[in-house]
Design a protein around this ligand. Structure first.
Ligand code: ATP
Ligand code: MG
Ligand code: MG
Length: 369
C-alpha cells in the first residue's frame, strides 16, 4: 500500500494517521521526540529535528505522498523533498501561510478583509508605525513561528507602547507585524479543502473561545446569522480557490457586527476542526488524506451541534478519571508523555444539546490547576 509521510508527530499528525490507517495507507512520521503522539500510531517514525534536511529527505524517499502538520517546516527543505516524492500541497501554500506578513498581504490582495497591519522591522520603527499606520489598541506579533499566543504583545495604549519599547523583548533580526486589535463579538473558524477533483468542501462555521490566547472550546455550527454564515463561507471558499488548495485549511476569523476579518490561516487540520471526527460525515483528518491523495470527498453534512473541549495540562488526567460517569464523552488522549501547564494533552467532543450542556457544566467546575 501507499505510504503517507507526515513531517511532525504531534496530535494533528496522530489524528491524520488514525484516519489514514483504516483507509489502508501506511504512515511514517518525523519528529524529534521518540514515541511522539503520531509515532505511537504510525507504521514508522524517523526521530530527528524538524530542521534536519537529511532526515526529511529520508522520509520523502520512504513516502509516496508527503504532508506536514505544522507551519514551521523549512521551505527550501520542503522544495527539495518535493523533487523526491509527491507534495500535493505544494510549497506556495506554506510560503504564504508560514509568515503573517505574506499571509495578510495575500489576503488583502485578494480582496479578503483583514485588520489594518504594518511591517515592523525594529524597535525604532514601532513608534512611527503606531502613530501613522496602526493606532492603539494594537497587537505586535512575530511574523513567523508563533502559536498559542507565543510571540505576541498587546499594545492597548501609549503607556503600554512605551513600556514595550523600553523593555524590548525581541531579537533585532526578527520581523514583526503590527495589527489593529479588532473589537470582536466572537471568534469563528471554518475548515475548508478541495478534493482530488478540485471540488471545494467546507464544514460549518465554528465558534471558538480562547483562554490566555489558547483555544478552550469550539461549538459548531456557530450561532451566527444566515448573513454572516454566507459571508464567512464565501470568504473561506474564495481563499481555497485563490490558493489552489490541496489538503485542509483552517481559516480563523473575527466577527464584529456584520463585519468579518480573517485573522490567520493554518495549512493543515486545525484544533477547531476536531469536532468533525464525531460531528460530521467526513472528519477534517480523513478529508486531508483524501485531498492529498487525490480522492473525491462527499459533500459535508453535520450530525448535530457539537462541542469540543481542549484538555490542557493536568485536566486530561482528571477527565480520564471521570470517563465512567460520562458515557456521552468522546475522549481523545494524544499520548503525550509529559504534562506541562497549558499544553494540549487531549480533548473531549460531545454531540447534541443534552451532552453539550453536561460538558459545559463539567468544564466550569474542572479548570486546570
Ligand atoms: P494559534 O494557536 O491559533 O495558532 P497564534 O499564536 O497563531 O494562535 P493568533 O491566532 O494570531 O495567534 O492570536 C491568538 C488570539 O489572540 C486570537 O485567537 C485572538 O483571540 C487574539 N488576537 C490575535 N490577533 C488579534 C487582533 N488583531 N485583534 C483582536 N484579537 C486578536
Ligand atoms: Mg497561529
Ligand atoms: Mg490563531
Amino acid at each position: 500500500p501507499a505510504t503517507i509521510g507526515i513531517v511532525g508527530g504531534g496530535q494533528l499528525g496522530r489524528m491524520i494517521a488514525l484516519a489514514a490507517k483504516p483507509m489502508g495507507y501506511r504512515v511514517g512520521v518525523l519528529d524529534p521526540t521518540p514515541d511522539s503522539p503520531a509515532g505511537q500510531v504510525a507504521d514508522f517514525q524517523i526521530t530527528a529535528d524538524y530542521d534536519d534536511e537529511a532526515a526529511i529527505l529520508e522520509l520523502a524517499r520512504r513516502a509516496d505522498v508527503l504532508t506536514y502538520e505544522f507551519e514551521n517546516v523549512d521551505l527550501t527543505t520542503l522544495a527539495h523533498a518535493s523533487q523526491i516524492t509527491e507534495l500535493p500541497q505544494g510549497t506556495d501554500l506554506l510560503y504564504i501561510t508560514k509568515n503573517r506578513l505574506r499571509e495578510k498581504q495575500f489576503l488583502a490582495d485578494h480582496g479578503i478583509p483583514v485588520a489594518r497591519f504594518a511591517e515592523v522591522q525594529s524597535v525604532v520603527e514601532l513608534d512611527a508605525k503606531v502613530a501613522e499606520e496602526v493606532p492603539c489598541p494594537a497587537i505586535l506579533k512575530t511574523a513567523e513561528g508563533g502559536y498559542d499566543g507565543h510571540g505576541q504583545w498587546d499594545i492597548p495604549n501609549t503607556d503600554a507602547l512605551n513600556t514595550l519599547i523600553s523593555h524590548w523583548p525581541v531579537a533585532e533580526t526578527v520581523p514583526l507585524i503590527l495589527e489593529q486589535q479588532i473589537d470582536f463579538d466572537r471568534e469563528v473558524s471554518v475548515m475548508v479543502t478541495r478534493d482530488g477533483f478540485n471540488e471545494v468542501r467546507i464544514w460549518p462555521v465554528a465558534e471558538n473561545v480562547h483562554q490566555h490566547h489558547i483555544l478552550k472550546t469550539t461549538l459548531a455550527p456557530a450561532q451566527v446569522s444566515p448573513l454572516l454564515q454566507a459571508k464567512i463561507t464565501r470568504i473561506a471558499t474564495d481563499i481555497a480557490e485563490a490558493l489552489n488548495l490541496r489538503g485542509v485549511l483552517g481559516v480563523e476569523m473575527f466577527v464584529a457586527g456584520d463585519d468579518v476579518y480573517v485573522n490567520e490561516l493554518a495549512p493543515r487540520p486545525h484544533n477547531s476542526g476536531h469536532y468533525t471526527i464525531e460531528g460530521s460525515n467526513i472528519s477534517q483528518f480523513e478529508a486531508h488524506v483524501r485531498s492529498i491523495v487525490g480522492l473525491p470527498i462527499a459533500e459535508i453534512e453535520t450530525v448535530d451541534q457539537a462541542l469540543m473541549l481542549n484538555l490542557l495540562g493536568d485536566e486530561l488526567t482528571q477527565a480520564r478519571e471521570e470517563l465512567l460517569a460520562h458515557p456521552e464523552w468522546h475522549f481523545h488522549d494524544y499520548g503525550k508523555l509529559d504534562i506541562k501547564r497549558n499544553r494540549k494533552m487531549g480533548h473531549i467532543t460531545v454531540v447534541g444539546a443534552t451532552a453539550i450542556g453536561q460538558l459545559e457544566t463539567w468544564s466550569q467546575t474542572h479548570e486546570q490547576h
